[in-house]
Ligand binder design. Structure first.
Ligand code: DX5
Ligand code: ZN
Length: 239
């Protein structure tokens, strides 16, 4: 077996600031503030049904696409994604993640998203186990594991949810699957290290980026922390 070098290399690392913590009266400007430091821009779409909060929808995502060069990482916290998700791919989103809890036919929807030109992401909320979805992963490009309960920014990171990241990472390694594992919720310079060690390679951060005086510097600080996080072998393997 080749030596284990850790789940994250500098080139494979994605930092995705979440606009949820930005100033909604100047979204374009806030998006551009992290061009050059961020890899993706995370856009939280909430419908006040799947989660008890309401944010933005398709028209705003269409305009954001024109306002920034950053790839848009759309996180749909909505009911009936089977009906609505493809519109976001058609609007030019780079990745569209929908919640496993809300989708009727996750594999079919992933196929439709890919046909419409985006990557397909499966999102797993706080109270949902990951095991039932492992066999669906070949249909997806990203697996978004919530590290809080979906719905609001600014909540405290829940380290116990990283067990799902470890389970998914082990599954990907054993099946030689290429998939990003993205963590979302309470990620900051302190918590990101544990998430990286668990096997995540994409990191969403809202408050830690847009709550900072210098959002670009906050992105760079998170990236540095992940890059220097000590690689830790998965359970049962020696380095
Ligand atoms: C919450 C959203 C997150 C949110 C994270 O449901 O999915 O993307 O913006 O915000 P922080 O980083 O503040 O926890
Ligand atoms: Zn999100």
């Amino acid at each position: 077996m080749p030596p284990y070098t850790g789940p994250v290399t500098a080139s494979s690392l994605v930092v995705a600031p979440s606009l949820l913590a930005a100033d909604f009266s100047r979204l374009g400007e806030q998006a551009r503030a992290v061009e050059g430091s961020a890899d993706w821009l995370h856009v939280d779409v909430m419908d006040n049904h799947f989660v008890p909060n309401l944010t933005i929808g398709l028209p705003v995502v269409q305009d954001l696409k024109q306002a920034t060069t950053l790839p848009l990482d759309v996180h749909l916290m909505i009911e009936a994604p089977d009906r609505w998700a493809v519109g976001y791919a058609e609007a030019g989103a780079y990745n569209v993640s929908f919640h496993a809890e809300a989708a009727q036919d996750p594999a079919g929807l992933a196929k439709d998203l890919r046909s419409a030109g985006s990557k397909a992401g499966l999102a797993i909320d706080r109270d949902t186990p990951v095991e039932p979805y492992l066999e669906l992963l070949p249909h997806f490009d990203t697996l978004l594991i919530m590290t809080i309960k979906a719905g609001f920014g600014g909540q405290a990171f829940m380290p116990e949810l990283l067990d799902k990241v470890r389970t998914a990472r082990r599954h990907l390694r054993s099946g030689h699957l290429e998939l990003r594992i993205e963590v979302d919720g309470g990620i900051n310079e302190e918590t990101v290290e544990a998430a990286a060690e668990a096997g995540a390679d994409a990191f969403v951060a809202g408050t830690a980026v847009y709550g900072a005086a210098d959002p670009a510097a906050a992105v760079r600080a998170i990236r540095r922390t992940v890059e220097t996080a000590a690689p830790r072998p998965p359970d049962g393997e020696t380095p």
